[in-house]
Design a protein around this ligand. Structure first.
Ligand code: PAN
Ligand code: ZN
Length: 194
């Protein structure tokens, strides 16, 4: 039998990013991201408070098979750990040849993209902006604003998430606040693998 979803729709509240009848909501607190931000002292100072960094609301329980699409919204809160803005963990797709679309709904932020050789690019996302994430690119979003940054993701349901590659070295670039403004700086921790 070919496994497919039945036709359906979902209502997304554009301001909050909440999906009526979301199948799952994942909450990422600072404690779920230990070691992901550059400033270990700032992390240690905030860990008791354990702020909520972001939520992912999944539109439906997508079967992870070739040809299906998954979708969900990300609600990325404003804030910083030290001078580094709140961000998602970021990942390559486990099936590395899978691309993805992000569509800005509310607030704004940056999409950091990276290839395996450590080359990074940044795309700005604001309401109405579609960002194309090509295959083989790690992707992370960063909230450089003061409001919650909300965007829709649409991805091949079998893409999967490879967080391990990011956990090890992070991204080659960080988004930090300097003189009240976001700035892209090289990550001290990152090096390309020999
Ligand atoms: C997105 C991300 C979501 C959360 O749906 O999964 O923004 O980011 P992390 O998965 O890096 O924690 C996506 O890119 N899916 O493939
Ligand atoms: Zn992805």
């Amino acid at each position: 039998m070919i496994e497919t979803a039945q036709p359906f729709n979902r209502l997304i509240d554009l301001a909050s990013g909440r999906i009526a009848e979301a199948s799952t909501i994942t909450y990422r607190h600072l404690s779920d991201m230990r070691g992901w931000f550059a400033d270990a002292d700032a992390e240690a100072a905030l860990i008791a408070e354990n702020p909520l960094i972001y939520e992912v609301h999944y539109g439906y329980n997508a079967p992870s098979i070739d040809g299906q699409l998954g979708f969900g919204t990300t609600l990325l809160y404003p804030g910083r750990i030290g001078d580094e803005y709140y961000m998602t963990k970021g990942h390559y797709h486990r099936k590395a040849d899978r691309a993805e679309i992000y569509y800005g709904l509310s607030g704004e932020g940056e999409l950091l993209l990276q290839t395996r050789d450590g080359a990074t690019t940044v795309q700005h996302i604001a309401p109405g902006v579609v960002a194309y994430i090509p295959a083989y690119h790690a992707h992370r979003t960063i909230n450089t604003g003061r409001e919650t940054f909300v965007f829709l993701s649409v991805y091949p349901a079998d893409a999967g998430n490879d967080y391990e590659s990011i956990a090890e070295l992070g991204f080659a670039a960080l988004l930090v606040e300097r003189d009240g403004k976001p700035q892209v700086v090289p990550s001290p921790r990152y090096h390309t693998q020999a």
